[in-house]
Design a protein around this ligand. Structure first.
Ligand code: B12
Ligand code: SF4
Ligand code: SF4
Length: 353
Protein backbone atom coordinates (compact mmCIF):
# COMPACT_ATOMS: atom_id res chain seq x y z
CA UNK A 1 0.00 0.00 0.00
CA UNK A 2 2.33 2.75 -1.26
CA UNK A 3 0.85 6.20 -0.61
CA UNK A 4 2.38 7.60 -3.82
CA UNK A 5 0.16 5.52 -6.07
CA UNK A 6 -2.95 7.12 -4.60
CA UNK A 7 -4.19 10.36 -6.07
CA UNK A 8 -6.96 10.80 -3.49
CA UNK A 9 -6.22 10.80 0.26
CA UNK A 10 -6.73 7.34 1.77
CA UNK A 11 -9.89 6.44 3.64
CA UNK A 12 -9.58 6.01 7.47
CA UNK A 13 -9.52 2.20 7.41
CA UNK A 14 -6.79 2.03 4.75
CA UNK A 15 -4.78 4.65 6.64
CA UNK A 16 -5.04 2.54 9.80
CA UNK A 17 -3.79 -0.56 7.97
CA UNK A 18 -0.97 1.42 6.34
CA UNK A 19 0.10 3.01 9.64
CA UNK A 20 0.20 -0.37 11.34
CA UNK A 21 2.22 -2.02 8.58
CA UNK A 22 4.73 0.81 8.44
CA UNK A 23 5.08 1.14 12.21
CA UNK A 24 5.89 -2.56 12.50
CA UNK A 25 8.33 -2.43 9.58
CA UNK A 26 10.05 0.55 11.24
CA UNK A 27 10.69 -1.72 14.22
CA UNK A 28 8.08 -0.55 16.73
CA UNK A 29 6.79 -3.35 18.95
CA UNK A 30 3.28 -2.01 19.48
CA UNK A 31 1.12 0.42 17.56
CA UNK A 32 -2.46 1.65 17.91
CA UNK A 33 -4.63 4.61 17.01
CA UNK A 34 -6.97 6.67 19.19
CA UNK A 35 -9.36 9.33 18.00
CA UNK A 36 -8.32 12.65 19.52
CA UNK A 37 -10.75 13.68 22.24
CA UNK A 38 -12.40 12.23 25.29
CA UNK A 39 -9.59 11.84 27.78
CA UNK A 40 -11.68 13.43 30.51
CA UNK A 41 -10.65 10.96 33.25
CA UNK A 42 -6.98 11.66 32.58
CA UNK A 43 -7.42 15.42 32.20
CA UNK A 44 -9.18 15.50 35.57
CA UNK A 45 -6.41 13.32 37.08
CA UNK A 46 -3.78 15.72 35.73
CA UNK A 47 -5.62 18.67 37.30
CA UNK A 48 -5.83 16.93 40.68
CA UNK A 49 -2.16 15.92 40.48
CA UNK A 50 -0.98 19.47 39.81
CA UNK A 51 -3.40 21.06 42.28
CA UNK A 52 -2.01 18.78 45.02
CA UNK A 53 1.53 19.86 44.09
CA UNK A 54 2.53 16.28 43.24
CA UNK A 55 4.66 17.55 40.33
CA UNK A 56 7.19 18.92 42.88
CA UNK A 57 9.65 21.28 41.15
CA UNK A 58 8.58 20.29 37.60
CA UNK A 59 6.98 23.68 36.97
CA UNK A 60 6.81 22.86 33.26
CA UNK A 61 4.10 20.29 34.03
CA UNK A 62 1.91 23.02 35.52
CA UNK A 63 2.75 25.57 32.83
CA UNK A 64 1.72 23.22 30.02
CA UNK A 65 -1.35 21.81 31.76
CA UNK A 66 -3.83 23.18 29.17
CA UNK A 67 -1.85 21.82 26.19
CA UNK A 68 -1.54 18.40 27.84
CA UNK A 69 -5.30 18.10 27.91
CA UNK A 70 -5.78 19.13 24.28
CA UNK A 71 -3.87 17.67 21.31
CA UNK A 72 -5.57 20.29 19.10
CA UNK A 73 -3.49 22.93 20.88
CA UNK A 74 -0.38 21.24 19.47
CA UNK A 75 -1.57 20.20 16.00
CA UNK A 76 -4.42 22.26 14.61
CA UNK A 77 -7.58 20.26 13.99
CA UNK A 78 -5.96 17.15 15.49
CA UNK A 79 -8.21 14.15 14.76
CA UNK A 80 -6.09 11.10 15.57
CA UNK A 81 -3.28 10.07 17.89
CA UNK A 82 -1.06 7.25 16.62
CA UNK A 83 0.70 5.62 19.58
CA UNK A 84 3.78 3.42 19.43
CA UNK A 85 5.87 1.56 21.99
CA UNK A 86 9.36 0.12 21.93
CA UNK A 87 10.40 -2.50 24.49
CA UNK A 88 13.72 -2.51 26.29
CA UNK A 89 13.79 -5.60 28.50
CA UNK A 90 17.34 -6.97 28.17
CA UNK A 91 17.73 -10.44 26.64
CA UNK A 92 20.04 -11.81 29.31
CA UNK A 93 19.25 -12.21 32.99
CA UNK A 94 21.23 -9.75 35.01
CA UNK A 95 24.17 -10.56 37.25
CA UNK A 96 24.48 -8.62 40.51
CA UNK A 97 26.50 -5.41 40.80
CA UNK A 98 29.63 -5.06 42.94
CA UNK A 99 28.85 -3.93 46.51
CA UNK A 100 28.31 -0.20 46.81
CA UNK A 101 27.72 0.42 43.10
CA UNK A 102 24.91 2.62 41.82
CA UNK A 103 21.93 1.15 39.95
CA UNK A 104 20.77 2.64 36.63
CA UNK A 105 17.13 2.38 35.51
CA UNK A 106 16.79 -0.08 32.65
CA UNK A 107 15.39 2.38 30.13
CA UNK A 108 18.54 4.49 30.50
CA UNK A 109 21.19 1.85 29.82
CA UNK A 110 21.35 2.27 26.05
CA UNK A 111 20.89 4.95 23.43
CA UNK A 112 18.59 7.84 24.27
CA UNK A 113 15.08 6.64 23.40
CA UNK A 114 13.96 10.15 22.43
CA UNK A 115 16.32 9.98 19.48
CA UNK A 116 15.61 6.37 18.52
CA UNK A 117 11.84 6.81 18.59
CA UNK A 118 11.99 10.33 17.14
CA UNK A 119 13.85 9.24 13.99
CA UNK A 120 11.43 6.41 13.28
CA UNK A 121 8.32 8.38 14.16
CA UNK A 122 9.25 11.18 11.78
CA UNK A 123 9.34 8.64 8.93
CA UNK A 124 5.91 7.37 9.92
CA UNK A 125 4.57 10.93 10.17
CA UNK A 126 5.92 11.72 6.68
CA UNK A 127 4.05 8.71 5.31
CA UNK A 128 0.80 9.78 7.02
CA UNK A 129 1.13 13.29 5.57
CA UNK A 130 1.68 11.93 2.11
CA UNK A 131 -1.14 9.40 2.31
CA UNK A 132 -3.70 11.73 3.87
CA UNK A 133 -2.60 15.19 2.72
CA UNK A 134 -3.06 16.28 6.34
CA UNK A 135 -0.39 17.48 8.79
CA UNK A 136 1.21 14.97 11.18
CA UNK A 137 3.80 15.64 13.88
CA UNK A 138 5.90 13.13 15.79
CA UNK A 139 6.79 13.26 19.50
CA UNK A 140 8.55 11.08 22.04
CA UNK A 141 8.34 12.78 25.42
CA UNK A 142 9.11 15.97 23.51
CA UNK A 143 5.76 17.79 23.73
CA UNK A 144 3.09 18.34 26.37
CA UNK A 145 1.09 15.19 25.63
CA UNK A 146 -0.44 12.73 28.13
CA UNK A 147 1.38 9.85 26.50
CA UNK A 148 0.21 7.05 28.76
CA UNK A 149 -3.43 8.12 28.52
CA UNK A 150 -3.35 8.09 24.71
CA UNK A 151 -1.54 4.76 24.61
CA UNK A 152 -4.25 3.27 26.83
CA UNK A 153 -6.98 4.61 24.56
CA UNK A 154 -5.15 3.30 21.49
CA UNK A 155 -5.28 -0.18 23.02
CA UNK A 156 -1.53 -0.63 23.69
CA UNK A 157 -1.98 -1.40 27.39
CA UNK A 158 -3.52 -0.08 30.60
CA UNK A 159 -2.34 2.47 33.15
CA UNK A 160 -1.45 0.29 36.11
CA UNK A 161 -1.50 1.14 39.79
CA UNK A 162 2.15 2.15 39.48
CA UNK A 163 0.88 4.72 36.91
CA UNK A 164 3.05 3.04 34.27
CA UNK A 165 1.51 1.81 31.06
CA UNK A 166 1.56 -1.97 31.31
CA UNK A 167 1.17 -4.21 28.27
CA UNK A 168 0.39 -7.89 28.06
CA UNK A 169 3.39 -8.74 25.88
CA UNK A 170 6.14 -6.40 27.09
CA UNK A 171 4.96 -5.49 30.58
CA UNK A 172 5.85 -1.89 31.37
CA UNK A 173 9.41 -2.19 30.03
CA UNK A 174 8.48 0.11 27.16
CA UNK A 175 8.95 3.69 26.11
CA UNK A 176 6.20 5.57 24.31
CA UNK A 177 5.93 7.93 21.38
CA UNK A 178 3.09 9.28 19.29
CA UNK A 179 2.01 11.17 16.21
CA UNK A 180 -0.66 13.84 16.43
CA UNK A 181 -2.35 14.29 13.10
CA UNK A 182 -5.28 16.05 11.48
CA UNK A 183 -5.83 12.91 9.42
CA UNK A 184 -8.89 10.81 10.19
CA UNK A 185 -7.50 7.34 10.94
CA UNK A 186 -9.73 4.47 12.00
CA UNK A 187 -9.21 4.00 15.76
CA UNK A 188 -7.99 0.68 17.18
CA UNK A 189 -10.19 -1.17 19.66
CA UNK A 190 -9.63 0.56 23.01
CA UNK A 191 -9.22 1.64 25.69
CA UNK A 192 -7.33 -1.41 26.88
CA UNK A 193 -9.05 -3.06 29.87
CA UNK A 194 -7.37 -2.92 33.26
CA UNK A 195 -5.42 -6.08 34.10
CA UNK A 196 -4.06 -5.18 37.56
CA UNK A 197 -6.93 -6.90 39.34
CA UNK A 198 -6.31 -7.22 43.07
CA UNK A 199 -2.50 -6.99 42.70
CA UNK A 200 -0.80 -4.17 44.60
CA UNK A 201 2.82 -5.34 44.32
CA UNK A 202 4.09 -1.99 43.00
CA UNK A 203 2.62 -0.06 45.94
CA UNK A 204 4.26 -2.47 48.38
CA UNK A 205 7.60 -2.39 46.53
CA UNK A 206 8.03 1.38 46.28
CA UNK A 207 10.82 2.15 48.76
CA UNK A 208 9.61 5.66 49.53
CA UNK A 209 5.81 5.30 49.54
CA UNK A 210 5.63 7.50 46.44
CA UNK A 211 2.58 5.70 45.01
CA UNK A 212 0.04 7.44 47.22
CA UNK A 213 -2.92 5.54 45.82
CA UNK A 214 -3.47 3.46 42.68
CA UNK A 215 -2.34 5.50 39.65
CA UNK A 216 -1.08 8.49 41.66
CA UNK A 217 2.65 9.09 42.09
CA UNK A 218 3.97 11.88 44.30
CA UNK A 219 7.03 13.04 42.37
CA UNK A 220 8.36 14.67 45.54
CA UNK A 221 8.79 11.19 47.04
CA UNK A 222 9.90 9.40 43.89
CA UNK A 223 13.56 8.38 43.57
CA UNK A 224 13.28 8.67 39.79
CA UNK A 225 12.28 12.33 40.13
CA UNK A 226 15.07 13.25 42.50
CA UNK A 227 17.82 11.47 40.57
CA UNK A 228 16.72 12.49 37.04
CA UNK A 229 14.51 15.55 36.99
CA UNK A 230 15.36 17.57 40.05
CA UNK A 231 18.05 20.24 39.72
CA UNK A 232 19.96 21.34 42.83
CA UNK A 233 19.96 19.76 46.26
CA UNK A 234 17.88 16.72 47.15
CA UNK A 235 15.57 17.43 50.10
CA UNK A 236 17.28 16.26 53.30
CA UNK A 237 14.41 13.98 54.31
CA UNK A 238 14.55 12.24 50.90
CA UNK A 239 18.25 11.38 50.80
CA UNK A 240 18.33 8.30 53.00
CA UNK A 241 15.49 6.70 50.99
CA UNK A 242 17.46 6.89 47.77
CA UNK A 243 19.20 3.57 48.32
CA UNK A 244 21.53 2.44 45.55
CA UNK A 245 19.79 4.27 42.65
CA UNK A 246 22.24 6.57 40.87
CA UNK A 247 19.85 7.32 37.98
CA UNK A 248 16.13 6.57 37.94
CA UNK A 249 14.39 3.75 39.80
CA UNK A 250 12.78 0.51 38.65
CA UNK A 251 11.42 -0.92 41.90
CA UNK A 252 7.72 -0.53 41.01
CA UNK A 253 8.39 -2.16 37.63
CA UNK A 254 10.57 -5.02 38.87
CA UNK A 255 7.78 -5.98 41.28
CA UNK A 256 5.12 -6.12 38.55
CA UNK A 257 4.08 -9.69 37.63
CA UNK A 258 3.49 -8.62 34.00
CA UNK A 259 7.16 -7.67 33.75
CA UNK A 260 8.43 -11.08 34.74
CA UNK A 261 6.79 -12.64 31.69
CA UNK A 262 7.60 -9.71 29.37
CA UNK A 263 9.23 -10.37 26.01
CA UNK A 264 12.97 -9.67 25.94
CA UNK A 265 14.87 -7.79 23.25
CA UNK A 266 17.64 -9.14 21.08
CA UNK A 267 21.04 -7.62 21.82
CA UNK A 268 21.06 -5.95 18.38
CA UNK A 269 18.01 -3.80 19.12
CA UNK A 270 18.47 0.00 19.12
CA UNK A 271 17.78 0.38 22.84
CA UNK A 272 20.06 -2.52 23.79
CA UNK A 273 21.58 -2.01 27.21
CA UNK A 274 25.31 -1.20 27.31
CA UNK A 275 27.11 -3.45 29.75
CA UNK A 276 29.09 -0.47 31.11
CA UNK A 277 25.82 1.32 32.03
CA UNK A 278 24.21 -1.56 33.91
CA UNK A 279 25.63 -0.12 37.07
CA UNK A 280 28.07 2.65 37.92
CA UNK A 281 30.85 2.97 40.44
CA UNK A 282 29.86 6.10 42.43
CA UNK A 283 33.51 6.78 43.29
CA UNK A 284 34.35 6.92 39.59
CA UNK A 285 31.32 9.13 38.80
CA UNK A 286 32.22 11.53 41.60
CA UNK A 287 35.68 11.94 40.10
CA UNK A 288 34.53 12.52 36.49
CA UNK A 289 35.62 15.72 34.76
CA UNK A 290 33.55 17.21 31.94
CA UNK A 291 35.41 15.26 29.23
CA UNK A 292 35.03 11.93 31.00
CA UNK A 293 31.34 12.64 31.62
CA UNK A 294 30.67 13.42 27.96
CA UNK A 295 32.69 10.45 26.76
CA UNK A 296 30.73 8.02 28.89
CA UNK A 297 27.19 9.42 28.89
CA UNK A 298 26.57 11.56 25.82
CA UNK A 299 23.81 10.14 23.60
CA UNK A 300 22.33 8.27 26.59
CA UNK A 301 19.48 9.38 28.89
CA UNK A 302 22.02 9.80 31.71
CA UNK A 303 23.27 13.02 30.12
CA UNK A 304 19.97 14.63 31.22
CA UNK A 305 21.02 14.76 34.88
CA UNK A 306 24.20 16.64 33.94
CA UNK A 307 27.65 16.12 35.39
CA UNK A 308 26.91 17.83 38.69
CA UNK A 309 23.57 16.05 39.00
CA UNK A 310 25.21 12.65 38.53
CA UNK A 311 27.95 13.53 41.03
CA UNK A 312 25.28 14.64 43.53
CA UNK A 313 23.57 11.25 42.98
CA UNK A 314 26.90 9.48 43.50
CA UNK A 315 27.15 11.13 46.94
CA UNK A 316 23.64 9.88 47.78
CA UNK A 317 24.56 6.32 46.80
CA UNK A 318 27.78 6.45 48.84
CA UNK A 319 25.97 7.90 51.85
CA UNK A 320 23.21 5.30 51.66
CA UNK A 321 25.73 2.43 51.27
CA UNK A 322 27.70 3.66 54.31
CA UNK A 323 30.81 1.88 53.10
CA UNK A 324 34.35 3.06 53.83
CA UNK A 325 35.35 2.82 50.19
CA UNK A 326 33.97 6.23 49.24
CA UNK A 327 35.44 8.21 52.13
CA UNK A 328 38.54 9.55 50.34
CA UNK A 329 36.54 10.62 47.25
CA UNK A 330 33.88 12.25 49.43
CA UNK A 331 36.52 14.13 51.44
CA UNK A 332 37.95 15.44 48.15
CA UNK A 333 34.44 16.50 47.07
CA UNK A 334 34.15 18.75 50.14
CA UNK A 335 36.31 21.19 48.12
CA UNK A 336 34.31 20.75 44.88
CA UNK A 337 33.41 23.78 42.77
CA UNK A 338 29.73 22.85 42.91
CA UNK A 339 28.00 23.75 46.20
CA UNK A 340 25.41 20.98 45.82
CA UNK A 341 28.10 18.32 45.38
CA UNK A 342 29.93 19.77 48.42
CA UNK A 343 26.84 19.68 50.65
CA UNK A 344 25.88 16.15 49.55
CA UNK A 345 29.43 14.92 50.13
CA UNK A 346 29.25 16.34 53.65
CA UNK A 347 25.90 14.62 54.19
CA UNK A 348 27.30 11.29 52.98
CA UNK A 349 30.38 11.55 55.21
CA UNK A 350 28.19 12.34 58.21
CA UNK A 351 26.08 9.23 57.46
CA UNK A 352 29.14 7.05 57.11
CA UNK A 353 30.26 8.50 60.41
C1 B12 B 1 6.57 13.81 34.54
C2 B12 B 1 7.03 12.41 34.21
C3 B12 B 1 7.65 11.68 35.22
C4 B12 B 1 7.69 12.15 36.67
C5 B12 B 1 6.30 11.94 37.30
C6 B12 B 1 5.76 10.52 37.13
C7 B12 B 1 4.26 10.41 36.97
N1 B12 B 1 3.74 9.27 37.38
O1 B12 B 1 3.59 11.31 36.47
C8 B12 B 1 8.84 11.26 37.25
C9 B12 B 1 10.16 12.00 37.13
C10 B12 B 1 8.64 10.83 38.70
C11 B12 B 1 8.82 10.10 36.26
C12 B12 B 1 9.31 8.84 36.57
C13 B12 B 1 9.30 7.78 35.68
N2 B12 B 1 9.05 7.84 34.36
CO1 B12 B 1 8.28 9.40 33.48
N3 B12 B 1 7.38 10.76 32.53
C14 B12 B 1 6.86 11.88 32.91
C15 B12 B 1 6.13 12.55 31.74
C16 B12 B 1 7.03 13.65 31.16
C17 B12 B 1 4.75 13.13 32.09
C18 B12 B 1 3.85 12.16 32.92
C19 B12 B 1 2.56 12.82 33.31
O2 B12 B 1 1.83 13.34 32.47
N4 B12 B 1 2.24 12.85 34.62
C20 B12 B 1 1.02 13.46 35.10
C21 B12 B 1 0.23 12.43 35.90
C22 B12 B 1 -1.12 13.06 36.33
O3 B12 B 1 -0.05 11.37 35.02
P1 B12 B 1 0.17 9.84 35.43
O4 B12 B 1 1.03 9.73 36.60
O5 B12 B 1 0.52 9.09 34.19
O6 B12 B 1 -1.30 9.48 35.94
C23 B12 B 1 -2.33 8.95 35.11
C24 B12 B 1 -3.14 7.96 35.92
O7 B12 B 1 -3.31 8.46 37.21
C25 B12 B 1 -4.46 7.98 35.18
N5 B12 B 1 -5.58 7.68 36.04
C26 B12 B 1 -6.62 8.46 36.28
N6 B12 B 1 -7.45 7.89 37.15
C27 B12 B 1 -6.95 6.67 37.45
C28 B12 B 1 -7.42 5.67 38.29
C29 B12 B 1 -6.66 4.49 38.44
C30 B12 B 1 -7.16 3.44 39.37
C31 B12 B 1 -5.47 4.32 37.70
C32 B12 B 1 -4.69 3.05 37.83
C33 B12 B 1 -4.99 5.34 36.85
C34 B12 B 1 -5.75 6.52 36.74
O8 B12 B 1 -4.61 9.33 34.70
C35 B12 B 1 -3.38 10.03 34.79
C36 B12 B 1 -3.16 10.75 33.48
O9 B12 B 1 -3.15 9.83 32.39
C37 B12 B 1 5.97 11.33 30.74
C38 B12 B 1 6.04 11.69 29.26
C39 B12 B 1 4.72 12.28 28.78
N7 B12 B 1 4.82 13.36 28.05
O10 B12 B 1 3.69 11.75 29.08
C40 B12 B 1 7.14 10.38 31.15
C41 B12 B 1 6.84 8.89 31.13
C42 B12 B 1 5.50 8.70 31.81
N8 B12 B 1 7.87 8.35 31.99
C43 B12 B 1 8.31 7.19 31.65
C44 B12 B 1 9.23 6.40 32.39
C45 B12 B 1 9.90 5.25 31.66
C46 B12 B 1 9.45 6.69 33.75
C47 B12 B 1 10.16 5.78 34.77
C48 B12 B 1 9.82 4.31 34.62
C49 B12 B 1 11.70 6.02 34.64
C50 B12 B 1 12.55 5.27 35.64
N9 B12 B 1 12.73 3.98 35.50
O11 B12 B 1 13.10 5.88 36.53
C51 B12 B 1 9.64 6.38 36.11
C52 B12 B 1 8.36 5.68 36.59
C53 B12 B 1 7.78 6.29 37.84
C54 B12 B 1 6.26 6.06 37.93
N10 B12 B 1 5.84 5.08 38.73
O12 B12 B 1 5.50 6.79 37.28
C55 B12 B 1 7.60 6.69 30.40
C56 B12 B 1 6.55 5.65 30.85
C57 B12 B 1 6.48 4.38 30.03
C58 B12 B 1 5.42 3.50 30.63
N11 B12 B 1 5.56 2.19 30.47
O13 B12 B 1 4.47 3.96 31.22
C59 B12 B 1 6.99 8.04 29.82
C60 B12 B 1 5.66 7.87 29.09
C61 B12 B 1 8.06 8.63 28.87
C62 B12 B 1 8.07 7.91 27.51
N12 B12 B 1 7.85 8.63 26.42
O14 B12 B 1 8.26 6.72 27.42
N13 B12 B 1 8.26 10.46 35.08
S1 SF4 C 1 10.13 4.83 40.44
FE1 SF4 C 1 10.79 4.04 42.47
S2 SF4 C 1 10.34 5.67 43.93
FE2 SF4 C 1 9.22 6.16 42.01
S3 SF4 C 1 7.17 5.27 42.27
FE3 SF4 C 1 8.40 3.66 41.28
S4 SF4 C 1 9.27 2.47 42.99
FE4 SF4 C 1 8.51 4.38 43.86
S1 SF4 D 1 2.52 -4.47 40.13
FE1 SF4 D 1 0.40 -5.22 40.08
S2 SF4 D 1 -0.84 -3.41 40.63
FE2 SF4 D 1 1.20 -2.65 40.03
S3 SF4 D 1 1.03 -2.18 37.85
FE3 SF4 D 1 1.79 -4.30 38.00
S4 SF4 D 1 -0.08 -5.58 37.93
FE4 SF4 D 1 -0.74 -3.48 38.38
Amino acid sequence: MDARVFREPMIPADLARGVRARALSLGFDLVGVASAGGIDRDAAALDRWIDRGLHASMGWMARTRAERKSPASIVEDCRSVVCVALGYRPAAEEAGLPAGWGKVARYARGRDYHRVLGTRLRKLAAWIEEASSRPARAFADSAPVLERAWAERAGLGWIGKSSNLVTRTMGSWIVLGEILTAAEIEPSPGPHPDRCGSCAACLDACPTGAILEPGVVDAGRCVSYWTIEHRGGVAEDRRAGNGAWIFGCDECQTACPWNRRAATRASADPLAAREDLRGLDPVEVLGMDATAFRGRFSGTPLARAGRDGMRRNACLVLGCARGERGIAALRGALRDDDPVVRSHAAWALARIG
